[in-house]
Design a protein around this ligand. Structure first.
Ligand code: HEC
Length: 155
């Protein structure tokens, strides 16, 4: 008789425990998912047409051998006398630590862009300075003038 009572108590506890779990109790703090009011119908949104954007034709970049703007030989001579003679000598005749620029193979070979690059950027690892970064720097036009001048030394 006593064991029967125990069994009933255990069964009651199990039922109580189950009733707490089923159906799952809503966790506190959750807002219920809103539902549509009866009679409200959803209208589908129209299809969105994709906008086709045509990329503009690639900009044509000037090739390395495109002609640089013209330089003024006379101006170039003056700039050369002021900045370049200590190393390349009067009139590019040599005598300093820089090579003679009269009859210079590099200048003769061209194109002007190569001469521009050497003057503007220098020759890293050598004494030839980067004149576009000098203090004060030479402008592009001044470098074009120098190109005209050093080319005139080849004639
Ligand atoms: C501080 C010395 C120095 C000064 C100043 C200098 N140069 Fe040079 N330059 C050199 C040296 C050194 C070289 C050779 C670098 C090498 O070994 O490739 C050179 C190379 C060049 C070359 C290439 C020649 C070749 O045959 O490769 C040109 C062109 C040139 N210089 C132009 C100029 C002009 C223009 C100026 C003035 C704006 C100038 N340099 C000022 C030292 C100088």
């Amino acid at each position: 008789m006593r064991s029967m009572l125990k069994l009933i108590i255990v069964l009651a506890m199990v039922l109580f425990a189950l009733s707490a779990c089923y159906p799952n109790p809503a966790p506190p703090g959750l807002t219920p998912i809103p539902t549509l009011a009866p009679g409200v119908e959803l209208t589908p949104i129209g299809t969105v047409e994709a906008q086709v954007t045509v990329a503009p034709a690639a900009q044509v970049t000037a090739g390395a051998d495109a002609a640089l703007p013209a330089g003024n030989e006379g101006q170039g001579a003056a700039i050369f006398a002021k900045n370049c003679t200590p190393c390349h000598g009067q009139g590019g005749q040599g005598g300093g630590i820089g090579p003679k620029l009269v009859g210079d193979k590099f200048v003769q070979a061209g194109p002007d862009q190569n001469i521009y690059n050497v003057i503007a950027n220098g020759r890293p690892g050598t004494a030839m300075p980067a004149w576009s970064k000098a203090n004060p720097p030479l402008s592009d036009q001044q470098i074009y003038d120098l190109i005209a001048y050093v080319k005139s030394l080849q004639k």
